[in-house]
Design a protein around this ligand. Sequence first.
Ligand SMILES: Nc1ncnc2c1ncn2[C@@H]1O[C@H](COP(=O)(O)OP(=O)(O)OP(=O)(O)O)[C@@H](O)[C@H]1O
Ligand SMILES: [Mg+2]
Length: 312
Amino acid sequence: MPKSAPELQKLRVHPPLPEPCAKSDVGKAYSRSACVRQNPQWPPSPSPKKWVCFDPLFMPQLEIKNLRVAIGENEIIRDLSLSVGLGEMHAIMGPNGSGKSTLAKVIAGYPDYKVTSGEVLMDGENLLDFEPDERARRGLFMAFQYPSEVPGVTIANFLRAAVQSRLPEGEELEATDYYAKLYEKMDLLEIDRSFTSRAVNEGFSGGEKKRCEILQMAMLEPRYAVLDETDSGLDIDALKVVANGVNSLRGPNLGVLLITHYQRLLNYIVPDFVHVMVHGRMVRSGGKELALELEEKGYDWIRDHAEEPVAA
Ligand SMILES: Nc1ncnc2c1ncn2[C@@H]1O[C@H](COP(=O)(O)OP(=O)(O)OP(=O)(O)O)[C@@H](O)[C@H]1O
Ligand SMILES: [Mg+2]
């Protein structure tokens, strides 16, 4: 059985995290880079760099529990629960205005939204307790439906600062290593090298912005990523490039929540689970075939059966 949320909340997790350890490793102290979670019972902490191997029964996941979110008087998310395990790809579909982007923004830490109840746990820690930058440092990545422009800051400098901020204190990012990785990822996403000296998203086409978002994800190597309509504005070739980029990052150490309207994206990024959100609730969850059913039947048949929320 996984540990209960209150138990896990007491424990501190630090990315980057290795594979779950063997039972024989539990309780052993490791260097910070090899650690999984700090044991609060480790008195007095011999060094902040010492961490204790985690319980193999602990299930790393991004867990949204009974979340309610309001904007002003308007309740947008109504008792929503969803768990994204590390290594899993979850797609969320649903009609316009059902609250998908609101959910993504609450996970990322947008200030406009009031969480009236519920929790968002990342590997047991309540993300709602942290500022957005701290969430990112802990391994959360968010690709927005409408990425912002950052005038005057080049992609190369922006990403370098972002990657540097994720390193343990005192560790310096080597310029040669950084550029080697940046160029490798840009080639993968078929982004022209000239983009490194362009300001982030300034004057980018819709498709270029989306590729740039995935480039950020590739460089930051998050533990959990929320991708909000990463397919919108992409032509079919760009869609394949972006999907290849996402697929190349897939693996046991990445959990993804992919928000999309289109089945065609899910032909390229095949999800493990599909959830349907209507009026701020998950009303149905299933495998990848659920997306095909939606494509065929639209949302009405689900709205008709959407009286009660389901746990996803
Ligand atoms: N900042 C805000 N102020 C007021 N209302 C908002 C705000 N953000 C979201 N809403 C409202 O919340 C509802 C859900 O919006 P949201 O953007 O989450 O929907 P969505 O499911 O992402 O839709 P789409 O598929 O069109 O992207 C909408 O009715 C929207 O108008
Ligand atoms: Mg949206």
